[in-house]
Design a binder for this molecule. Structure first.
Ligand code: NAG
Ligand code: NAG
Ligand code: NAG
Length: 338
């Protein structure tokens, strides 16, 4: 595993030691769920930036990237004119820059996130799905070598997705998109284990979490197997965004399922289900200085009046505390090689 700076290494050590302690001491923790932002339309793609100790997330169709600074209790945003924003990830060694997937553009956004900015500087780095016009970027993450992995999805017409229109791409600092999985329908959750030899992936309509062998040096995946199947476990909802903890267990947002589930991808066992006060749970990321808070994004898109009355917090970001587990630091995109 390429550990690029001491800060990440220190965070990892805290996380590992913390989890060992946590396993011995408090298996029976009672978690707490707090709303930490006002509702937006369709929050997605949470990313804890360990450098600034803030949480980035996107509001896809509103074409916004948000940053929550929970210490300063401030929420700021920027607007991306290029199209729906499926993902945004900060750039290594460049505190005011993020890469984002907007429409089918892969862009570099320059934004001083202490202020709202509806007209940031945006440079298109590359484009994907150039042979079609009906797809857009959805979720994405960065691997241990700073390569971006993100995917696209087909058009949604009256709530129905056209299947097999998207792909999962890898984009290195050479900025040439390479198809890693194709076709996919709704490219979503991604996670690498702490050993950096497994890649977990969700194509939402399959209602499965799949596992690949990951070669971290070459940045390639192989040996696809099914790690967890929602249908055979009688679980309601569609798997959406996902993250992993230091013990190698996955945390998966259930769109239309009111919960985040915690599963062991090695045994295929469901470990825990965390109830969230919104039906459309979109994604999850560990954050906080000790990476022990699970941030959860949700959506209020498509909910009718009576549903909005019964789940007024839908569209908010929530923080789940006291889970007794820690996550891994999220990698940053390496635009230039050190
Ligand atoms: C920025 O926008 C957010 C969200 O709309 C708002 O709550 C906040 O007051 C704004 N902040 C500034 C500094 O204008
Ligand atoms: C793929 O799986 C086979 C059978 O389980 C195993 O022998 C092989 O080492 C795996 N390949 C990789 C690259 O992990
Ligand atoms: C709102 O949607 C729910 C779930 O689909 C449905 O049961 C309910 O009848 C709808 N209510 C209205 C007022 O349309």
């Amino acid at each position: 595993m390429a550990i690029r700076n001491l800060r990440v290494f220190a965070l990892l050590m805290v996380a590992i030691l913390g989890s060992v302690h946590g396993l011995k001491g408090k298996r029976q923790t009672k978690y707490i769920v707090n709303q930490v932002t006002e509702p937006v339309q369709h929050a997605e793609g949470p990313h804890w930036d360990y450098r600034s100790e803030t949480l980035f997330f996107v509001d896809i169709h509103e074409q916004k990237i948000y940053r929550l600074n929970s210490r300063a209790k401030s929420l700021t945003y920027t607007y991306i004119a290029n199209g729906p924003v499926g993902v945004a990830i900060p750039v290594e060694d460049s505190p005011d820059q993020l890469v984002a997937g907007a429409g089918t553009d892969f862009v570099l956004v320059t934004w001083d996130a202490t202020n709202n900015d509806t007209n940031p500087t945006i440079n298109v780095l590359t484009k994907v799905d150039t042979d079609r016009t009906d797809t857009r970027w959805n979720d994405g993450k960065v691997d241990s070598s700073g390569r971006f992995w993100g995917g696209t999805m087909g058009p949604e017409i009256n709530g129905v997705i056209t299947l097999n229109r998207g792909s999962l791409y890898r984009i290195t600092n050479e900025l040439k998109p390479e198809k890693m999985v194709s076709p996919v329908s709704i490219s979503n959750g991604e996670a690498w284990n702490i050993q950096d030899n497994k890649f977990y992936y969700i194509d939402s309509p399959t209602r499965q979490i799949v596992s690949y062998s990951f070669d971290s040096y070459k940045g390639i995946i192989s040996n696809k197997t099914i790690a967890f199947d929602l249908k055979s476990n009688n679980i309601i909802g569609t798997p959406d965004g996902m993250t992993i903890d230091v013990n190698g267990n996955l945390w998966v947002a259930l769109y239309g399922g009111n919960h985040v589930i915690n599963v062991n991808p090695r045994t295929g066992k469901l470990l825990r289900a965390i109830k969230i006060p919104a039906e459309q749970v979109t994604s999850v990321a560990f954050g906080g200085p000790l990476l022990d808070i699970l941030y959860v994004t949700t959506s209020r898109i498509g909910l009718n009046e009576s549903q909005l009355l019964s789940q007024p917090k839908a569209g908010s970001v929530f923080a789940v505390k006291n889970l007794g587990i820690q996550g891994l630091p999220a990698n940053l995109f390496e635009l230039t090689r050190a």
